[in-house]
Design a protein around this ligand. Structure first.
Ligand SMILES: [Mn+2]
Length: 328
């Protein structure tokens, strides 16, 4: 399913087989797909006898403490380390690896495996698959490589697939996705238990945050666009952690008639993190975010935009509304 300029699994296998030391890494603000893909792949590589490190800028966040073997994930080392292979998963640009880059010394081969169409193909070997989650590509790779997919690996892959598909709802959730999920369940995933850990275990702090956001919700272009914004002031007042914000935008998208939902989050470094979701593929939010230097998928994308919160809101919502009006 990779395009012509991309490698196949065979090329990835040759590079991994030849490597002794491998760093598996993923993006800043890690989600279930980032962690699940990295942990499952690392467990496989470790079983092959490789010297494996799993790095993320944030280490393992408390929210994902339920992931089996999650403690394999660490923050990057302070002093640069050399690796035969850097395997980036679910990461559309090199920069999105964040502080991982500072922990890298000499890297023999960069392998880039992802499912974001906007991926910059920064690897020596690139595999950008048409899949709803990187975890699904990792599963396909593990089957290709003849891996013994253990229960721990299965749970991690299931979490990656469930979270990135919005519980098997979003675009690109295919028959293959359900077949993979079924196989993972047969390998030991306890669906009610893991679903509770994923979706029914939020701290109360997150609900206080949601209350504040909904109080500030904005609706425009005949209520087909909706947004809310999180200021640094609210972040400090409620003690919000970055992980609290994941998924809140779905409350806007869930409103009848809303076609495009936007979440603005003020960052300390004078930038605004913008997340965008659309209900139908013809509102391509990755294109809108691309105008502002970001990217992602047609129905889920984001950007980091320099500027004041209110100025960024105004600029972005104007583009969103123009896009919506085009499809009248
Ligand atoms: Mn993903």
């Amino acid at each position: 399913m990779s395009n012509k300029t991309d490698a196949g699994f065979e090329e990835i296998r040759r590079a991994l087989d030849a490597a002794r030391s491998i760093c598996v890494a993923s993006h800043v603000r890690p989600d279930g797909d980032a962690y699940g893909s990295c942990i499952a792949m690392a467990l496989f590589l470790r079983a092959l006898g490789k010297d494996v490190s799993v790095w993320n800028e944030e280490g393992l966040t408390a929210k994902f403490g339920y992931l089996p073997e999650g403690s394999i994930v660490t923050k990057p080392s302070a002093a640069p380390r050399d690796f035969d292979v850097l395997l980036a998963l679910d990461t559309s640009t090199k920069e999105r690896l964040g502080s991982v880059l500072g922990g890298l010394g000499r890297v023999g081969t960069w392998i880039n495996v992802d499912h974001h169409a906007s991926n910059h193909r920064y690897g020596d070997i690139n595999f950008i698959g048409d899949a709803p989650a990187t975890a699904q590509i990792v599963y396909d790779y593990l089957r290709f490589a003849g891996a013994d997919i253990t229960e721990e690996m299965a749970v991690n892959l299931y979490v990656g697939m469930s979270t990135d598909t919005g519980s098997f709802q979003y675009d690109r959730t295919s028959p293959h996705t359900f077949r993979v999920a079924a196989d993972l369940i047969e390998r030991g995933v306890n669906v009610p238990l893991i679903s509770q850990a994923m979706y029914d275990s939020y701290p109360r702090r997150r609900i206080e945050l949601l209350k504040a956001l909904l109080n500030s919700a904005w609706f425009g272009c005949d209520e087909r666009a909706a947004s809310f914004s999180l200021s640094l002031e609210t972040i400090h007042r409620l003690g919000v952690l970055p992980e609290d914000c994941e998924g809140l935008i779905d409350h806007l998208r869930a409103i009848e008639g809303v076609q495009v939902a936007v979440f603005f989050e003020e960052l300390p470094e004078g930038k605004v993190r913008v997340s965008m979701r659309s209900k139908e593929p013809h509102y391509d939010v990755s294109r809108i975010c691309g105008i502002f230097g970001g990217g992602g998928h047609a129905q889920a994308a984001g950007a980091r935009i320099p500027g004041e919160l209110s100025a960024v809101e105004e600029k972005v919502l104007e583009v969103v509304c123009n896009e919506i009006r085009k499809h009248n």
